[in-house]
Design a protein around this ligand. Structure first.
Ligand code: NDP
Length: 433
């Protein structure tokens, strides 16, 4: 804390992992001797840079850009880029730290990194977004490469922003390195199934967890927070598996549609027209819109899928979910539950799928995109989806097995942290220091 003052999100992420690792260090003290922990919590490097760009009125604006390269013991740094006004060093470090364990869990050869900017894409024109992305990449391009560090999308960064950044990278480098970014458009090196991967993957993971408990999505009532990339495809897959999804949100408020959200309307509003959740009720007057997003957790449901942002479920929201009979929680977003909220779920025997494991589908398919780029091949949607399902099953199995081996059977927070840690730690030991 004294070394990294005010980095509350980073402290929170580290605390959760370190707590889980106590039995690992008791069993294998050599990790301690070789300073594995001290090395794991200190990123290889964190770069922070100025991003000047010109708005449509000819004013020069300046934002701050970041890239953290946390750990490349098992492969090139890999992790998304977030554009959101809340981005700072603490947020980027928590995301990069978590990414290291998540990427290890996927079984793919990728290390951990993350980046972003406090730029707010909301209300900006396409040209402003393009100029910003070009300026951001002008600096970022010094630090990345297909075998070095491979960024992708995250909050505020989708295929459009990736396209602008890819164009600028290509212009600066003078070579066509498709594998330098993932989440690209399908026509120029993107992978089918990447857009759907995080949301689908979260539902595949939760489905495994439910199956082991004799439960299923079929016939369940589900609440999904957010209405961005992860949320929309979590809603889609949950519906395909027979669930009724009754609520979703954005940062302004939430929709409750008793008979089930109409996904076609939501997709059009969010993906095409870039509108707000409040606009949904203009087309579906039987749905209810409420200002303010945290109230979404007061809606009774069997399964809650927080897919918006960090710390969106606090202790009070977790207690409300439990009182209303929630049976399972699957984290599609990164660190959406506070440590206290996780405690409430675990104490009340709610099945809990932690982000590191449950939302690893996105980066897994990003790694598949890298593989396709290297081989100059394009796999079909069916092929990618089949691989994604296998990967999510494997992540579930290895997290569950680690939880049993280290004395916390069924606790997937502990299991995912340990399973993710062991591979990275062993590679670090093999490489010396
Ligand atoms: P998007 O930008 O596509 O969507 C984010 C959504 O969350 C928007 O609907 C946004 O609303 C909403 N939101 C933001 N803050 C709040 C809030 N406080 N309460 C309710 N809703 C809110 O981002 P993604 O879907 O890509 O990412 C969502 C989460 O998933 C993040 O935590 C991200 O790190 C994580 N993730 C994403 C992956 C990916 O492949 N995209 C991979 C793994 C994890 P508004 O429009 O009002 O801002």
């Amino acid at each position: 804390r004294t070394r990294n003052p005010h980095e509350t999100e980073f402290h929170q992420a580290v605390k959760e992992v370190l707590h889980s690792l106590i039995p690992v260090f008791s069993k294998n003290p050599s990790y301690m001797k070789l300073g594995i922990l001290e090395r794991l919590v200190e990123p290889d490097r964190l770069v922070s840079f100025r991003v000047p760009w010109m708005d449509d009125n000819g004013n020069v604006r300046v934002n701050r850009g970041f890239r953290v390269q946390f750990n490349n013991s098992i492969g090139p740094y890999k992790g998304g880029i977030r554009f959101h006004p809340s981005v700072n060093a603490s947020i980027i470090k928590f995301l990069g730290f978590e990414q290291t364990f998540k990427n290890s869990l996927t079984g793919q050869p990728i290390g951990g990194g993350k980046g972003g900017s406090d730029f707010d894409p909301k209300g900006k024109s396409d040209l402003e977004i393009m100029r910003f992305c070009q300026s951001f990449m002008t600096e970022l391009s010094r630090y990345i490469g297909p075998d070095k560090d491979v960024p992708a999308g995250d909050i505020g960064v989708g295929a459009k922003e990736i396209g602008y950044m890819f164009g600028q990278y290509k212009k600066l480098q003078g070579v066509y390195e498709a594998g330098v970014l993932t989440g690209k458009g399908i026509g120029y090196g993107g992978s089918l199934g990447r857009k759907e991967a995080t949301g689908y993957g979260t539902v595949y993971f939760v489905d495994q967890m439910l199956g082991d408990a004799g439960l299923s999505f079929s016939g369940s009532t589900v609440v999904v927070s957010g209405s961005g990339n992860v949320s929309i495809y979590a809603i889609e897959k949950a519906m395909q598996l027979g669930a009724k999804v009754v609520a979703c949100s954005d940062s302004s408020g939430y929709i409750y549609h008793k008979d089930g959200i109409r996904l076609d309307t939501l997709k059009r509003l969010k993906e095409v027209e870039k509108k707000r959740c409040r606009d949904y009720i203009l087309e579906h007057p039987d749905a209810v819109y409420t200002e303010g997003c945290s109230g979404i957790w007061s809606i009774p449901c069997d399964i809650a899928l927080p897919c918006a942002t960090q710390n969106e479920i606090d202790k009070a929201s977790a207690e409300l979910l439990v009182q209303n009979g929630v049976k399972a929680v699957g984290e599609g977003a990164n660190m959406p539950s506070t440590l206290e909220a996780i405690g409430v779920f675990l104490d009340n025997k709610v099945l809990f799928a932690p982000a590191k494991a449950a939302n690893a589908g996105g980066v897994s398919v990003s790694a598949l995109e890298m593989a396709q780029n290297s081989a100059r091949l394009s796999w079909s949607m069916e092929e990618v989806d089949a691989k994604l399902q296998l990967i999510m099953k494997d992540i579930y199995r290895s997290s569950m097995m680690a939880s049993m081996e280290y004395g916390a059977p069924g606790n997937l927070v502990v299991g995912a942290n340990i399973a993710g840690f062991l591979k990275v730690a062993d590679a670090m030991m093999a490489h010396g220091f």
